[in-house]
Design a protein. Sequence first.
Length: 147
Amino acid sequence: MAVEDSGSSGTAADSPLPRVLCDTAELVSLGRDAPAGALWKLAEPGRQLDANVVRLPAGGRVDTHTEPDLDVLLLVLDGAARLDSTEGEHPLRTGVLTWLPHGSARAVLAGPDGVTYLTVHRRRPGMRIQPPQAAGRLRPSLGGDGA
C-alpha cells in the first residue's frame, strides 16, 4: 500500500487536527430568513475535500450542468427539491443522500419551502505557476482542438 506524503514533518505540532467546523442545525434554523447561496464553505488549509452548505429559496434552481471531473455527494439538510437527470426526476427531501457521478447532467429545483443541502467532493487542484518552458504545452495546437 502506498502512502502519500502530506507535506507535514509528521510532528503533532504541525499535523492537522480533527475539529468541529459548523453546526448545520443552526444554519437550517435560519429557514426562509437564510440568504440564497452558500451559507458555509470548507476553507481549511491543506484540505483534500471541498464542501458547501447551500440554500435555494422556494422555486430556486441550479440549472442543468455536467461536472466532467468530480463525483459529488449531495445531502439534503432541510426542505425538499427535485433532482432532474437524464434518467428522469428524483424527489429529494430532508435526509436523502444522493450521488452525482462525474459526467452526469443534472439540475436541482427547490420545492415550495426552499431547500438547504450539503455538497462534498474532492478538491480541485489549484493553479500553479509553471516555468516558461511549460507555456508551450498550455497552448492549443494550430488547427486542433487542444486535446
